[in-house]
Design a protein around this ligand. Sequence first.
Ligand code: SAM
Length: 261
Amino acid sequence: MLETVSAEAVVAETVKKGALYVVGTPIGNMSDISERAAYTLKSADFIAAEDTRVSGLLLSRLGIKNKLMSCREHNIVSKSVEIVKRLKDGETCAVVSDAGMPCISDPGEVLVRMCAENNVPVYVVPGPCALTAALAVSGLDTSRFSFEGFLSTTKKRRTSHLNSIKEGRQTLIFYEAPHKLKSTLADLHEILGDRKIAVCRELTKLYEEVIRGRISEITELYETKKPRGEYVLVVEGAPKPPKRVKVNKYMTKGECKEGMG
Ligand code: SAM
């Protein structure tokens, strides 16, 4: 654990009893754990973890001993009921997922909602998140974006999802698994057109890579390259429609064309 600030002082200041802490953890590089995340994991009464083995490794790297409770997608409702009851009794819980921010394509949302509905305070200890990391290095427009999560594995649902967002000007962000990368690129090309894309792989890890280009160029590249690791795809929004020009009878042909460009 980093020793620049007194751990006890921060714990006393920041960790409140009877509250839930939503704690972000690294998406690859373990040095991305924040001081506050470490303090919170240390001082909570227990930690609700997506996978207790994965979080156990993180805790041992940080030299922290604490109780871990398994809180996976399939048991999240019953576990959330149990956790809310314990928080109401005055305990403090930190919730973590395997990597990044809980609740973002990871368990946690149900627990947060249940806490909110039961007037249990919820605090966030923000940390790394693959979608914002990818957007930041994409080189694409960051002023407006929408996070689309994972596209469905069924062709029909993928197609209808992409059709529902194809007109939006905002940058689009998708999570993707390596075995689905090529078919997703094909669907993106077919439905959204040959837009600019940043393919962000293994961010913060040893084989971190960001490839920027048109969807067709990346598709060609992956004809010979095997997709490996974790991917975020950042795709530019729909192009602006051509400007409408009011044509009047005194305009020359050239002026009409220029206005339309
Ligand atoms: N909660 C996580 C977050 O805050 O980003 C996301 C969890 S989701 C189950 C896992 C997906 O996130 C991966 O399949 C991949 O699309 C993306 N991802 C996670 N870590 C990544 C990394 N280091 N580089 C690129 N993508 C990553």
